[in-house]
Design a protein around this ligand. Structure first.
Ligand code: IMP
Length: 204
């Protein structure tokens, strides 16, 4: 039995504005007061685990302890079949530069590595999202979502964030960055994980 969330404030333990705005939009109908980690000036803990769930746990427990609020964290990324699941938990790292994150560079690297591996279309990949909600007493719950699709080149679209312009979900001929954000939320890894969270923590 999943522990229920009793209204009030929910801290979303992410400094990523794209993730925060998607989670906020999906939770809007539930009357939860969503507060972002950036708004509370929380430090970003180091993500030292080699699994999505391990890193999501680190972020959720650190935020719950620091604030005394239930805290929801998101660890997500893309797994590319022809690259044996890379970049996986290192998805954000592929975008790191001394001047900040550069996702055009990260997507170019993914395309270059696929070319080097001789991967032919469809270059199948999955967006994966693990959500962890942690309470200040140390209890936590885990929810996961996957969106299967393929990587395309050249990149297309202006919406969304991260690798969205390169990712075409199964059943679509447009990328996530060409989709209306509400449409992406209906089918995305994050949308599916948040739906499970809502069912678990607000459902009967
Ligand atoms: P982390 O969970 O903050 O370690 O980083 C996850 C990375 O995966 C983000 O920086 C994004 O680049 C990428 N990512 C996760 N979800 C999405 C998505 O919905 N669209 C595009 N990129 C995503």
């Amino acid at each position: 039995m999943t522990r229920k969330l009793e209204g009030g404030k929910l801290l979303v333990a992410t400094h990523n504005k794209g993730k925060l705005s998607e989670i906020r939009e999906i939770l809007a109908p539930f009357g939860v007061d969503v507060v972002g980690a950036g708004e509370m000036d929380l430090p970003e803990p180091e993500e030292t685990e080699d699994t999505f769930v391990g890193n999501a746990r680190i972020k959720a427990h650190a935020a719950a302890k620091a604030t005394g609020l239930p805290a929801l964290s998101d660890d997500s990324g893309i797994t590319i079949d022809a690259l044996n699941g890379a970049p996986g938990v290192y998805t954000a790292d592929w975008a790191e530069t001394p001047a900040g994150r550069d996702f055009k560079m990260a997507m170019t690297r993914a395309n270059d590595e696929l070319n080097a591996a001789g991967a032919t279309p469809p270059r199948t990949a999955q967006f994966r999202c693990t959500l962890v909600i942690a309470w200040p007493d140390g209890h936590d719950e885990v929810f996961e979502g996957v969106m299967p699709g393929q990587l395309v080149w050249p990149i297309r679209g202006e919406h969304g964030f991260g690798y969205d312009p390169m990712f075409q979900p199964d059943g679509y001929s447009i990328t996530c960055a060409e989709m209306d954000p509400a449409e992406k939320n209906k089918i995305s890894h994050r949308g599916k994980a948040v739906a499970k969270f809502v069912q678990g923590c607000f459902g009967g």
